[in-house]
Design a protein around this ligand. Structure first.
Ligand code: HEC
Length: 144
């Protein structure tokens, strides 16, 4: 092998390494995206194990903004107090939906929402509760 041939061989090897690592990175990402799931949670209200998808989190966020924050917005001092996803830890949110102890759940303010919609709101709040961020954050529990 002369010098130019050697250089060519090195260049080919480099190209192969870059191609292979690019492929591995891409297939890793598309695997996570295809699964589309982030965590699981046992839902006491429906006694099912919920596999939370990114779509659930997006839907839950919208439902929470439209159906809960319509009362629980900042400055609504007379009626409902301000709530956001970090108002409670995961356990606290799960208890809100499983025991439905809040005044609004009892007086029928949740009646417009289906069981599935409430479970999806619970999914979103579970994923963005106070104990999911910061130095003491609980791991989200990645699925394989
Ligand atoms: C029609 C208005 C209304 C709607 C809609 C509503 N709430 Fe309430 N909620 C209230 C009122 C009034 C109270 C009692 C006062 C308070 O604690 O803020 C309350 C209390 C609560 C509490 C207790 C407060 C605490 O700190 O523990 C929670 C939690 C709660 N609501 C969650 C929700 C969730 C989740 C939704 C959406 C599924 C929702 N609320 C929708 C009016 C509403």
């Amino acid at each position: 092998m002369n010098v130019t041939e050697k250089q060519e061989a090195v260049r080919m090897k480099r190209a192969a390494v870059i191609l292979i690592s690019g492929f591995l990175l891409f297939s890793g990402l598309s695997h996570a995206e295809a699964a589309g799931t982030t965590a699981k949670r046992f839902d006491k209200a429906t006694k099912t194990c919920r596999i939370i998808t990114y779509q659930d989190i997006r839907d839950g966020y919208k439902l929470f903004e439209n159906s809960c924050k319509s009362c629980h917005y900042r400055g609504n001092k007379k009626h409902a107090r301000f709530l956001y996803s970090e108002s409670k830890v995961r356990k606290g949110w799960d208890r809100v939906f499983s025991s439905r102890y809040t005044r609004c759940a009892k007086n029928g303010s949740w009646n417009k929402l289906t069981t599935e919609q409430l479970a999806v709101i619970n999914d979103y709040l579970f994923e963005s509760a106070a104990d999911t961020v910061g130095p003491y954050a609980k791991p989200v529990g990645k699925l394989g």
